[in-house]
Design a protein around this ligand. Structure first.
Ligand code: SF4
Ligand code: SF4
Length: 305
C-alpha cells in the first residue's frame, strides 16, 4: 500500500531547495512569482505550457567567466563558450532533489528554442524567471541581467508542483553604473553601447541616472555572435556554387572553416556572445563577487573577521 506523503512546510521546503542550489555551486537562487510570469510571458511560453500542474518556478544563477577571461583579445574570446551548462546541471539535479525529498513532481525547464517559432524564440524565458525571482535586473546591454554583487551570471530554471513562497524582483537596478552615467552625459553612449562592434545597442538615461529606453538589434548581434545561425547560410551558399572550386572556396574560407573547427571540438562558442559589451561593463567585470578571485578574496576576508 502506498504511504501517505508527509506534510511539507513551503518555507522550509524553499530553504532546503535554495540550500541545495548553493551547495551545488549556484551563486544565487530564488522563486519567481508564477502569476507575474503568466502576466508577462506570451501564450504558449508560460510555465504551464511545459508542465500543466506547475505551482512554482525556481531560478538559479552561476558565475560567468573567470577574471582572466576579460583580459584575452577578441579573437580568443570568439572561442569562449559560456558557463551556462553548469547552471543546467544544477537545475537537473535540483529537479531530482525535489522529487526525492518532497515526493512531488519537478522538471528541469528546457532552455532550448521553440522549434515551431524559429531560431530566436525560446520555449521559456529563463531571463524572465530570473528577473522575477530577484536574482538579476535588465541592463542597457540588450537586457542582459546583471546582479550588483555577482555581476554577470548564467541562469537555469526548475518547475515543480510544490507550492513555494515567491521572491520579489530586485528593488534597485544596478545598471547603469555611476561611471556609465557619467560617460553617457559626456558622449551620449554607455560603455556597452560604445564598444559593441556592430553598434546594436542604444538607449537613453534619464535625469535621475536611471534607464529610460533600451534598444537592442538582436539580428545584428546574432549575425556576429550566434554562429549557429551562419551554418545553414554557408551550406546553402555551397549548394548553390556552380563549380567544385567555388564550392571549396565557400566551405574552406578561413572564417567559415573556424565554424567547422568549433563544431568538431564541441565548442560552446557557437552559441556564445562576442562578449565585448560585458568586457567593458563595470558591473560584469568589477562587481564585488564577480569572479572566482574576488569571491575567494571576500571569503578569506570573512574568515579573518
Ligand atoms: S554580444 Fe557583441 S554584438 Fe552582441 S550586443 Fe554584446 S557587444 Fe554587441
Ligand atoms: S556597461 Fe554595464 S552597467 Fe554600464 S550601461 Fe552597459 S550594461 Fe549597464
Amino acid at each position: 500500500m502506498a504511504q501517505q506523503k508527509p506534510e511539507t512546510d513551503p518555507k522550509q521546503a524553499k530553504q532546503a531547495i535554495l540550500d541545495y542550489c548553493a551547495r551545488k555551486g549556484a551563486l544565487a537562487a530564488g522563486v519567481a512569482d508564477l502569476t507575474a510570469i503568466n502576466r508577462i510571458a506570451p501564450e504558449g511560453h508560460r510555465p504551464a505550457d511545459i508542465m500543466p500542474r506547475v505551482k512554482s518556478v525556481i531560478s538559479l544563477g552561476v558565475g560567468g567567466q573567470t577574471q582572466g577571461a576579460w583580459t584575452v583579445p577578441a579573437k580568443a574570446m570568439g572561442y569562449f563558450g559560456s558557463t551556462e551548462t553548469r547552471a543546467y546541471a544544477i537545475a537537473y539535479g535540483c529537479a531530482f532533489f525535489i522529487e526525492s525529498r518532497f515526493r512531488t513532481r519537478a522538471v528541469y525547464c528546457p532552455p532550448d528554442l521553440d522549434n515551431e517559432s524559429g531560431p530566436r524564440v525560446p520555449l521559456q524565458s529563463l531571463k524572465l524567471h530570473a528577473e522575477l525571482a530577484g536574482i538579476g535586473a535588465r541592463s542597457l546591454a540588450g537586457d542582459i541581467l546583471l546582479h550588483p554583487e555577482f555581476g554577470y551570471m548564467y541562469f537555469a530554471s526548475v518547475f515543480t508542483e510544490l507550492e513555494l513562497p515567491p521572491n520579489r524582483p530586485m528593488a534597485e537596478n544596478p545598471c547603469p553604473h555611476s561611471s556609465c552615467v557619467e560617460m553617457y552625459r559626456q558622449v551620449g553612449q554607455t560603455p556597452c553601447m560604445k564598444f559593441c562592434p556592430v553598434q546594436c545597442l542604444s538607449g537613453t538615461i534619464d535625469e535621475a541616472g536611471r534607464q529610460s529606453e533600451m534598444h537592442y538589434d538582436m539580428a545584428k548581434c546574432a549575425e556576429l555572435s550566434e554562429q549557429y545561425e551562419s551554418l545553414p547560410l554557408i551550406l546553402a551558399e555551397a549548394m548553390r556554387a556552380e563549380t567544385p572550386e567555388e564550392q571549396e572556396s565557400v566551405l574552406m574560407d578561413p572564417d567559415n572553416s573556424m565554424l567547422w573547427y568549433k563544431m568538431s571540438v564541441g565548442s560552446g562558442g557557437l552559441l556564445a556572445q562576442c562578449f565585448e559589451c560585458m568586457r567593458v561593463c563595470p558591473i560584469a567585470t568589477r562587481a564585488p563577487l564577480a569572479d572566482p578571485i574576488r569571491r575567494a578574496e571576500a571569503a578569506a576576508e570573512d574568515g579573518e573577521t
